[in-house]
Design a binder for this molecule. Sequence first.
Ligand SMILES: Nc1nc2c(ncn2[C@@H]2O[C@H](COP(=O)(O)OP(=O)(O)O)[C@@H](O)[C@H]2O)c(=O)[nH]1
Ligand SMILES: [Mg+2]
Length: 366
Amino acid sequence: MDRTGQQLALAVVVPVLNEAANVAQLRTRLAAALAEIPHEVIFVDDGSTDGTQGVVEALALGDPSTRLIRRHGRRGLSSAVVEGMCATVAPVVAVIDGDLQHDETILPALYRAIATDGAELAVGTRYGAGGSTGAWDPRRAAISRYATRLAAVVMKTRLSDPLSGFFAIRRDVLLGLVPRLSLVGYKLLLDIVASAGRPLDLAEVPYTFAERSAGESKLDSAVAMDYVELLVEKTVGRWIPAKLVLFSAVGSTGVIVHMAVLALLGLLGADFTAAQAGAVGVAMIYNFTLNNRLTYRDRRLTGAAWWTGLASFIVLCSIGAFANVGVGSFIYDLSGGGWVLGGLAGIAVGTVWNFVATSWLTWRRR
Ligand SMILES: Nc1nc2c(ncn2[C@@H]2O[C@H](COP(=O)(O)OP(=O)(O)O)[C@@H](O)[C@H]2O)c(=O)[nH]1
Ligand SMILES: [Mg+2]
């Protein structure tokens, strides 16, 4: 019960990272929009350095319906939102960005779609009739449309805006899904829909995306990579770990690098053995660098750790090469001289060894 004796009906989770200039105004706007709905607002901060936490604390001191969760060791947007959602007992939970880009005046409609009309999930959409991405530059708009289409094709969702960061969900439905969520990166809504395993009862409410007036967008290439990993995880991830898929993809491009270096050294007059050795060395460094940037961007090695990481990568992959040749020869014999079969079996075993060994030793979880 709140001070007026009404039961808490809605919790609004606001993920924030360096939004000091926006949070106070957002809280005021939320209070106005939700005057009729007993609610609380939970800010989830991942170590802002611009004083955001202080601003939220000042708001919360005078208002028990405003709360702050401080997380340590930044772990990304989706997990921040879920942590906020798990910290309330309100029967309906919503998420809204902390930068005033989402139109908070549709929150009551999102809430009622669930509380009154029986939906399980109500999504603010930029692409439905009456919605709009607002004054986006053409490049950003194109990226967003492309990513949205990709989601529709890969995940077969019925959502018009599956990448929306603005939605409400029944708390018990969310809690049931939490163990299955991937929580990679930014796209929690897509994660939820893909993890549900059945079509959720859905409502959509159009709104116009506003321009950011203060602070900076945190959208960068890592976010794009997170998105790719989430798509992989939610599709083939049932059978193969998403990181193994990325690791293998990097390895496939490494083959091209290998062949290019081999050809180049050959042209420069090296004999085959020397050229092949050079190609192996370059390919290993290439694989290590790319995996460090993409596959293991969440545990990226820098400075001195980059060099020890490279050394361990080379040692482990050399063992993988022996396993590759050993298993390849074994299958070759077994299949009565199958070159292709032997070669592929060797590659499969070598790749899995390289992946398991380096994820365990080179990119050890801290
Ligand atoms: N807690 C937390 N909030 C984040 C993180 N990354 C972004 N945010 C917040 O999430 C909201 C959306 O991020 P933003 O950078 O505006 O994304 P954009 O609108 O797609 O450009 C904003 O309120 C950010 O402050 C994060 O890693 N942790
Ligand atoms: Mg934004």
